[in-house]
Design a protein around this ligand. Sequence first.
Ligand SMILES: Nc1nc2c(c(=O)[nH]1)N[C@H]1C(S)=C(S)[C@@H](COP(=O)(O)O)O[C@H]1N2
Ligand SMILES: [Mo]
Length: 413
Amino acid sequence: MSVSRRRILTSGAVLAAGGLSAMRSSAVHAGGAALEIPDSMHEQGSPVLSPAYGLPSKFEKNVVRRIREQRVTDTESFTVTPLQNLHGIITPNGLHFERHHAGVPEISPDQHRLLIHGLVDRPLIFTMDDIMRFPAVSRVHFLECSGNSSTEWKKSGYHSVQKTHGLLSCCEWTGVPLSSVLGEVGLKPEGKWILAEGADGAGMTRSIPMEKALDDAMLAYAQNGEMLRPEQGYPLRLLVPGFEGNMNVKWLRRLKVGDQPWYTREETSRYTNLLANGKAYKFAFAMDVKSVVTFPNADRSFKAPGFYEISGIAWSGRGHITRVDVSVDGGKSWQRASLQNPVLDKCLTRFRLPFNWQGQPVEIQSKAYDNQGWMQPSRSNLIATRGTNPRYHFNAIQGWIVAADGRVTNASI
Ligand SMILES: Nc1nc2c(c(=O)[nH]1)N[C@H]1C(S)=C(S)[C@@H](COP(=O)(O)O)O[C@H]1N2
Ligand SMILES: [Mo]
């Protein structure tokens, strides 16, 4: 049964007016009573500039990044975004997931340089001041590590959406279109690939196809209105919207134009995908269409029968989301969720569906579609075509079981 938003609102209003508790929320019938005057109304609040850079309320102290995997060195470990606590589509900077192969370097913007060389007419070295003089653009894009949800190829045992899907964040990025800067150095016609190198201890390098470089790649220096966080590549990172996280080289110091890919260490060992038939596929750049329900979740769920709003996020590295279907019966039947504007290219899209929970166990799933004709696969379909060897690019439908007591668990277990 589909319950429209209007119906919920009217029935809610009627119930409130009638003093009934069929909403079964914990709201209490007010009668004619007034609220007690809270202490906060008797006191002077804390002064301005404490602290000068603002922090969330102390009651939100559990809303933090968490380590998903503890690696040999602390700096190799990675942290995940608390998707269960976020609203809308933007990830606050302090909650952006982190993946570094050799920790976070400290780089002064005055000292930082970007070299562009190789198959170009005029090799140039840019300062940050030089880069910030170019005409800038701001765009909202997600960033997803290709290892996001990799634990779900096998049955992970993670019940938290932060652990299963939290190598994913979404910011408004500001910077210079890479094409403008490439125009300045002048590309030779043989230039087909660009090697991007980071200034961290890992010296991370990836090969970027020229087509993407000239399309929507960006030299980003700001994130959600402020300069990049050190963890996100301060003072400069490459942003290749929709492509796997690894290609978005942080602390960017060098771009070398060549006529073929470099097959860097990242490309030959780490970020390849071994298939069931023994072949491997490399250069799986775009992140596939995917979605996940973020409410209810293992931290916050249905408490009593009644009306709720199921909510989640959907994204595609190839374009924008056109449709998200939600199932509450483990994928037997589907209802179309509403997509909240703005719906942008290579960006998280928030979806919502009203739901009247009767207290029965349910399995909630979401399935996303994009404007390039892609649809999110079921777990069994994905595994049937790719096997369980690949570590990367897991984009299957995620199921959450809500038990009669409201407890949420991962359905794939
Ligand atoms: N220089 C450099 N760039 C890097 C990395 C790195 O270790 N060094 N990690 C990559 C990986 S694997 C991912 S998923 C993204 C993560 O970006 P974030 O830490 O801003 O979330 O950065 C990529 N760029
Ligand atoms: Mo990554």
